[in-house]
Design a protein around this ligand. Structure first.
Ligand SMILES: Nc1nc2c(ncn2[C@@H]2O[C@H](COP(=O)(O)OP(=O)(O)O)[C@@H](O)[C@H]2O)c(=O)[nH]1
Ligand SMILES: [Mg+2]
Length: 280
C-alpha cells in the first residue's frame, strides 16, 4: 500500500485549536449567532473570470465572525481582471488575504491543489474550498466548522434532506446533476450523497494524510476524487445540507469535455486506488 491509512489515535481533537469568545452584539444578521470563532481557517477560492463576484464574496467572508479567517485566491490570469481585483483586496485585507497568480487557465483541480499546499505551508488548522460565484453560501462555513469538530472532512450537500439545487434549474439540468452523482457514487461505492460537491471544509490533518501528488483530475472529477480518497483512507466524511443557488453573475466553466473527463475518471479512480483500504 503506497498510502498510509488514517490513524485516528494521532488525530488531535479539532476543538483543541478552537477558542470561542462571546460578545454582546450581532456582527452580521446573515450569521446565526454573535459568537466569534477563533480558528485558523483558510478559504481557498479558485477564480477564472469572477470579477463580478469576487470582491463581494470576499467582503461577505470577512464579515463572518471567524477571527482567524484567511482567504487564498488562486487566479489563472483571468481576462476579465479578477487577478487585479484580488490584488486590490489584498491591500484592503492586509495580512488576511493572499493571491496566487498563475500564467493561464490550468484547471480547477490544479488550482485547488496549489492553494491547498500553500494553505498547509502557512500552518492553517482547517482549509475550506468554495466557488467564487455565491453558489456556496459563505455563512454555511460556520455550520461546516461546527460539524468538523466530529469528523475529518465536511461536505456541503445538495442531495441530503434539507439540501437542494436552484429552484430555477430546468428539469433536464436537475436530472443531469442527480444522474452524475448517482453514476459516480454507484461505481465508486461511495456512501456520500453529493459526491460532486465543491463545497468542503478539511481538517489540516486530513489533507496532510491525503496523497495529493496522486490526484490527477482537473475538472469536476477533482471533487469526486478527493471525496473518494478521503473515504477510502478511512477519514470520516460528514455531509451538511445547503441550498445551491445558481450563479447570478459571470459564466460557468462547466463544459462537455469536463463532464466527459469526470465520467471516465471515476473508472480510472476505482482502478488506481484499488490498493487503498476501505473505511472501517
Ligand atoms: N483558477 C481557476 N479557477 C477555475 C477554473 N475553472 C473554474 N474555476 C473556478 O472554479 C469555481 C467553479 O467553477 P464554476 O464555473 O462556478 O463551475 P460550476 O459551479 O459547476 O458552474 C469558480 O470559482 C471558477 O471561477 C480554472 O481553470 N482555474
Ligand atoms: Mg459555480
Amino acid at each position: 500500500m503506497l498510502v498510509k491509512r488514517a490513524d485516528y489515535s494521532t488525530i488531535r481533537p479539532y476543538t483543541v485549536g478552537m477558542v470561542e469568545f462571546f460578545i454582546g452584539k450581532s456582527l452580521n444578521s446573515a450569521v446565526r449567532s454573535d459568537r466569534i470563532t477563533v480558528v485558523q481557517l483558510t478559504v481557498v477560492i479558485p477564480t477564472y473570470n469572477e470579477a463580478l463576484n469576487l470582491p463581494k464574496l470576499v467582503d461577505d467572508l470577512f464579515t463572518l465572525p471567524l477571527e482567524g479567517l484567511q482567504v487564498l485566491i488562486v487566479d489563472d490570469n483571468s481576462p476579465d481582471g479578477t487577478g487585479e481585483d484580488a490584488d486590490n483586496l489584498k491591500e484592503r485585507y492586509r495580512g488576511r488575504l493572499s493571491v496566487i497568480h498563475r500564467q493561464g487557465k490550468l484547471g480547477l483541480g490544479s488550482a485547488y491543489l496549489h492553494g491547498f499546499r500553500q494553505a498547509l505551508d502557512s500552518g492553517t488548522e482547517a482549509v475550506a474550498q468554495m466557488d467564487a460565484d455565491f453558489s456556496h453560501p459563505p455563512e454555511m462555513l460556520l455550520t461546516m466548522l461546527d460539524t468538523l469538530s466530529s469528523c475529518d472532512v465536511v461536505v456541503g450537500s445538495r442531495y441530503i434532506s434539507g439540501g437542494s439545487v436552484d429552484k430555477k434549474w430546468p428539469l433536464w439540468r436537475k436530472a443531469l446533476s442527480a444522474f452524475g452523482n448517482f453514476y459516480a457514487r454507484t461505481i465508486l461505492w461511495l456512501p456520500v450523497r453529493d459526491v460532486t460537491s465543491g463545497f468542503k471544509v478539511w481538517r489540516r490533518d486530513t489533507l496532510l494524510g491525503m496523497p495529493l501528488q496522486r490526484v490527477r483530475s482537473n475538472g469536476y472529477a477533482f471533487q469526486i476524487e478527493m471525496t473518494y480518497l478521503a473515504h477510502r483512507l478511512g477519514y470520516r466524511v460528514q455531509e451538511v445540507p445547503f441550498y445551491f443557488p445558481d450563479r447570478e453573475w459571470g459564466e460557468s466553466k462547466m463544459s462537455f469535455r469536463i463532464q466527459a473527463e469526470a465520467a471516465l475518471r471515476v473508472w480510472q479512480m476505482r482502478f488506481e486506488y484499488r490498493e487503498l483500504s476501505t473505511a472501517s
